[in-house]
Design a protein around this ligand. Structure first.
Ligand code: NAD
Length: 267
């Protein structure tokens, strides 16, 4: 086994984008702590086995990222098992589709709890550990194209992904003095379980089952059909930008939220 580049912890890494990031960072030379909900243990074990077959160390640190105590223990356990923490990727997230007027306060609370509170707790406990270690670090969050513009029928998700950008910028200002950079990725549509209700197997969009309002459906369809790069986004497309943000070379980039959306929305 070659010398590791450091230790990375990725939340929500049993599947989808988080799994893609975990495998990419392992290929880059990081030892990896894998987190997801406790009921995803079998999937986490499979990712851990893949990482070990790449010649890197992996450990599993199940936790619900909405629970303060569990996030603290998750970080402590990763540090105990792998020897420190250099990269935190707060990737876990959920989405629920509903129009603003038909949505419920329970759905708002669930979404904000995982996506915003969960990321806040991951940023906080990663920062405490990285400051104590005194060797800098990388904190990376999951925003979305919906963190940069309003999206119909996912108002709570949109609010939670805007929150990631605010959190990322505030943390970047505070943590720069310790050599810790804080950035986020903002994917467009990426073919994972999260949006399988939206995309069929060839990547074509089917909004009929999601959006009952014809006006909102037309808006969504037009947005997706007009993405300049004609490609169905894959977890690897996100993993490659995370790979760069996690690298030493990215030391002068902080407080940014980088779009990986085929040009859906341009700054
Ligand atoms: P996914 O549903 O495939 O995976 C999300 C993972 O997070 C799951 O394994 C799930 O179990 C885990 N998770 C959910 N709640 C958790 C909790 N409380 N504690 C720990 N783990 C929890 O989704 P994905 O497409 O891989 O998305 C990953 C991230 O990227 C999310 O933050 C998502 O909002 C964001 N994103 C995805 C897309 C997309 O099109 N797929 C677009 C923009 C942003």
């Amino acid at each position: 086994m070659s010398i590791s580049k450091g230790i990375a912890l990725i939340t929500g890494s049993a599947q989808g984008i988080g799994r893609g990031i975990a495998l990419r960072l392992a290929r880059d030379g990081f030892n990896v702590a894998l987190n997801d909900l406790p009921n995803k243990d079998a999937e986490l074990e499979a990712v851990a086995t893949e990482i070990e077959s790449l010649g890197r160390q992996a450990c599993i640190v199940p936790a619900d990222v909405t629970v303060d105590k569990q996030v603290k223990e998750m970080v402590d356990e990763a540090v105990t098992k792998l020897g420190g923490l250099d990269v935190m990727v707060a990737n876990a997230g959920v989405v629920e589709f509903a129009s603003l007027v038909s949505s419920t306060v329970e759905s708002w609370d669930r979404t904000l709890s995982v996506n915003a509170r969960g990321a806040y707790l991951c940023y906080k406990y990663a920062a405490i550990q990285m400051i104590e270690q005194g060797r800098g670090g990388r904190i990376i969050g999951a925003s979305s194209a919906a963190g940069k513009m309003g999206f119909a029928h996912i108002s709570s998700y949109t609010a939670s992904k805007f929150a990631i950008r605010g959190l990322t910028q505030a943390a970047a200002v505070e943590l720069g003095q310790y050599g810790i950079t804080v950035n986020a990725y903002a994917p467009g549509a990426i073919q994972t379980s999260m949006i399988k209700i939206m995309l069929d197997e060839s990547g074509n969009v089917d909004y009929k089952q999601l959006i009952d309002n014809p006006c909102s459906r037309k808006w969504f369809t037009s947005l997706m059909e007009n993405v300049p790069i004609k490609h169905v986004g894959q977890p690897e497309d996100i993993a490659s930008i995370v790979s760069y943000l996690a690298s030493k070379e990215a030391h002068f980039i902080t407080g940014q939220c980088i779009s990986v959306d085929g040009g859906m929305r341009m700054d």
